[in-house]
Design a protein around this ligand. Structure first.
Ligand SMILES: *Cc1c(COP(=O)(O)O)cnc(C)c1O
Length: 427
């Protein structure tokens, strides 16, 4: 019975791949012999990025040296920011590409607290990315001693009840910091609704878009968003540690100040003036010399997403996550797995998390198979979650089929028993 059902799913995956209008994008990434289900942590390498990097290093840096600033590099951050603006539904003068997500979050959180100085509460949820929570706690510990962090908990471990969030917002809320798509369960907030709830109480909202950008449509202007930060090395395929971005709504730009008064936030950095005069554009939130080698590849990733179309990417992603959910229900639930992602499509980002007490060892058995079979790379989040990431530009239905088939085999044949319970390294 399981065998017949497996065959049926294999055929279904194949026929969905044959009909997939985005299928051709897969060949624009470096091919390797693994099935990669971790595009939500580190996106794959686009083929075009290899030659771009070669040119950036050999020609622009090696040959042209400092002349490349004017010839090539000086406009690059703005050009990329303009393209990211299209992905997140913002104006191009509201987006800056710089620093890392964590640093950008620090800058905007600090600025928001300073601006809302008559309020002393920060609201977040227990789902927020740990780095974001550390930063908020650190701001309170080091600078804003009178403030406190209020954390909304999840009732089901998957989603946040919007009513709980609404009840948590009050006149004293300075700002709310949330992930648009949550890194563990893939729960997606109704951003428009949260922004409206916050603005009724005169609170700002700072969104972390890291797990959303490039995977789900985002309309910051239309949804009246105040502030956002996001990462470019996940669904945007910008490469490990690629520069991040931040967004500040136009009306807020003159009201908020960058706590790091560094030269790239200066009105005229190359005047080398002794006094700090901040830029009056989004540039005021910059810090340092743009990290050109970490910026250049972002453009290739963003161009691919713009070409494929975010609506198409989202539609394929939902169809693929539904396919995964069906297979998990048919094959894995009886083996003790449970789904840790929202079942409602509009609450779901682009990965499916499953839980199992042996998740760590199962994950190891997928990545380092003891038999001669395809390596499959998902990722693991402690204590017992495996995330199956869907990056519709290069994930096929057959990849997903093989992922679940492999977990099923690992359980049937108890392959996970060959691995140690001890977790180490970058997971
Ligand atoms: C990946 C990710 C980050 C990344 O932070 P870095 O500063 O680049 O290390 C931040 N927030 C969320 C929600 C993420 O998923």
């Amino acid at each position: 019975m399981a065998f017949d059902l497996l065959t049926a799913y294999r055929n279904k995956a194949k026929s969905l791949d044959d009909k997939d209008a985005l299928a051709s994008f897969k060949s624009q990434f470096v091919a390797n012999d693994v099935i990669y289900l971790d595009g939500n942590s580190l996106g794959k390498l686009p083929l075009a990025t290899i030659s771009l990097m070669q040119e950036s290093i050999e020609k622009n840096w090696g040959d042209r040296l400092i002349r490349s600033w004017n010839e090539n590099w000086i406009d690059l951050p703005n050009r990329i920011a303009g393209k990211i603006a299209k992905l997140i539904g913002a104006r191009e003068d509201e987006v800056l590409v710089s620093d890392s997500t964590s640093i950008n979050l620090y800058k905007l959180a600090f600025a928001a607290l300073q601006y809302k100085s008559n309020k002393n509460e920060i609201l977040t949820d227990s789902f927020n990315f740990p780095s974001d929570l550390y930063i908020l706690n650190g701001l309170i510990k080091n600078h804003f001693h009178q403030h406190h962090l209020k954390v909304i908990n999840s009732k089901d471990g998957i989603s946040i009840d919007i009513k709980d969030l609404e009840d948590g917002i009050n006149e004293n809320t300075a700002f709310i910091c949330l992930s648009h798509v949550q890194y563990k369960s893939a729960y997606q907030y109704d951003m428009h609704r949260v922004n409206d709830l916050a603005s009724k109480k005169n609170a700002l909202v700072l969104w972390d878009l890291s797990h959303a950008v490039g995977a789900v449509p985002i309309k910051l202007n239309e949804w009246n968003a105040d502030l956002a930060v996001g990462c470019t090395y996940k669904y945007l395929n910008g490469g490990p540690g690629a520069s991040a971005f931040l967004y500040v709504k136009k009306e807020l730009q003159e009201k908020l100040n960058n706590p790091i008064q560094a030269w790239f936030a200066h009105e005229k950095p190359f005047d080398f003036d002794g006094n700090f005069i901040p830029s009056n554009s989004i540039q005021k939130f910059a810090t340092s010399t743009p990290a050109i080698l970490s910026l250049a590849p972002i453009e290739i990733g963003v161009d691919m997403i713009l070409k494929a179309g975010l609506e198409n990417i989202r539609n394929k992603g939902l169809s693929q996550s539904n396919f995964l959910i069906e297979m998990i229900r048919d094959f894995l639930e009886v083996l003790g797995f449970s789904i840790l992602s929202p079942i409602f499509e509009n609450q779901r980002g682009s990965h499916i998390s499953i839980q199992h007490p042996e998740a760590w060892r199962i994950n190891q058995a997928m990545i380092n198979p003891i038999k001669n079979t395809t390596v499959i790379i998902p990722d693991f989040r402690p204590p017992n979650t495996i995330r199956l990431g869907i990056a519709p530009l290069y994930t096929s239905y057959s990849d997903l089929f093989h992922g679940i088939e492999r977990i099923y085999t690992i359980m049937q044949e108890k392959e996970y028993l060959h691995f140690s319970r001890e977790a180490k390294g970058v997971v």
